[in-house]
Design a protein around this ligand. Sequence first.
Ligand code: SF4
Length: 99
Amino acid sequence: MSEHASDWRGAGACLSADPDLFFPIAIGTAAADRQVSGALHVCASCPVRDQCLEFAMRTNESHGIWGGTTPEERIRARRRNLRRSARHACQEAQESRAS
Ligand code: SF4
């Protein structure tokens, strides 16, 4: 990792937002849903959203809102990526056997 690899953090739109929005504690309640909606609204206009999401995916962040995604959305994305990788590996193996 380069020295400035996490410089994006200083440009996040959430720097001036309430941190509680991004890490709601009473999951499943109306209050938590409002916090998540508020966080996603902040993320929607964030200039470093892609970098934030890439970081969260790479480090397996399992809590909080990162890059405009909820933990559940990141879990689904990881599963999709794993399935895609497995399919790709399977296709390569089949092609290798066929040649
Ligand atoms: S994408 Fe959201 S959580 Fe990430 S830095 Fe931007 S505002 Fe903060």
